[in-house]
Write a protein that binds this ligand. Sequence first.
Ligand code: HEC
Length: 232
Amino acid sequence: MSIYSVLRANLCVNRSSPSGKAHSAIAGWHCVALLLCLLVLTGCNNGMEDQPKYEPFEASTFFDSGMSAQPLVANTVARGQLRADSHLYAGQVAGRPAEEFPFPVTAEIVARGQERYNIYCTPCHGYAGYGDGVIVQRGFSPPPSFHDERLRAATVGHFYSVITNGFGTMYSYADRITPEDRWAIIAYVRALQLSQNATMDDVPADEQPALEAASDEITGTVTVTVVMPNND
Ligand code: HEC
């Protein structure tokens, strides 16, 4: 349609020769009409690219705040994020720190907890939980040992609260560790605590002879020779 109009417009220009004034006046009006048509047609390109909507962060004169994006209504919960299970998400049962895990602890969960613990907690608490991580060795205030009587008796809900909300100089890990992983870490901390306070009675009877044999080997004398590099 527009190519056709352009052709017609060119034709008009050619026809407006000085051969007859009336003829050229009509041709002139013809041209003006066609040009107007063209203008109208090009003006019709008001498509999807220019919609009457706000772009992200665009200012608005409609709201008092001057912002087009409005804050969420208080207590809005996104779909799938209703955390009504206070045991799983807050570590609390009937308003008190939970004494049990919110789901059964399996070997896979303890393994997952070990992996997460080694990533997030060892820098300060150390691999075995004695509070002697590398950051502490470089001067950070030392955390208590997980093998202290008080923390061995502490509820799992207390551990969950410490990871979630922070404790004293320890900051919160809520934005880095999911609730499920927090519980997995606590399961691993419980395993660490048991590992440092276990007795032979905690070992299944059929595995005790093998462990006794191994511990005899471990308590034998070991001579280690350290060879220092020669800096000559
Ligand atoms: C940057 C160092 C740092 C990291 C990393 C860290 N903590 Fe701590 N944590 C501390 C310090 C310091 C304290 C002692 C805080 C205080 O008493 O003021 C502490 C205290 C604790 C306590 C004892 C609270 C009590 O009742 O006395 C627990 C339990 C604990 N942390 C668990 C964890 C777990 C689990 C992780 C890993 C998810 C972790 N922490 C990561 C520094 C750290």
